[in-house]
Design a protein. Sequence first.
Length: 252
Amino acid sequence: MNIAYNMKPRFALLNAAHGGDNTRRNFRRELDADLVEFNVTEGERPRGFDYDGVVVTGSRSSVYWDEPWIDPLVEYVADAADHGLPILGVCYGHQVLAEALGGHVAAMDGFEIGYNTIERLTDDELFDGLEREFTAFTTHGDAVVELPPGSQAIAQNEYGIHAFRRGHCFGVQFHPEYDMQTARTVTEGKKERIAADRVAQTLEEITPENYAAACEAKVIFDNFTEYVRSLTDADTMTRERAAIEDSTNAGA
């Protein structure tokens, strides 16, 4: 990790959206960090791990599909975790992270979409500032059905696991980054997957009031960034103490 004092952290943004203008706009708005973006659906990936953290976005793909960019993405995320990088996976990114760490993702019997209630299961720092139950926009037909070894579920609802953590790695199934425009666009794109009346009902529920309630979940981006900073500050202090001790010993 390489944050200097008073500088923004540097994150690798692994954009898994197909034609991800909404995704790019949303994550750049919500993350107070210098983002180095990689269009992973086109085969772009970081060449190394010289980042303070990694963020993996949503996608309309499934992690178990046979597409040439998916396995290399999962492998990179696994390697980044092995290198100790903090990782935040959102929706598809949450599923990629689960697979990368040894968990399992499968298709759901149904489909979750719209503003829904999610329950915190722990007092994890990722959720600092959120109530025990909070609102977020959700849209997914896959779910993490087996957590990675050594991980802990930290949020859920009736559709299943909505967040987990292992060490410096965090996954959230919901979409805290969505604005109203994105919610409408994504919902309209589900007309071939879910019933027309359900699409219409979800569109009706995309209101300023529901969006305002869901905005509270955006705090996870600040919390993740501050978590990364805390790790880097601790590393910096350890190196500075070691340098002082080395200098003292050399002068003895």
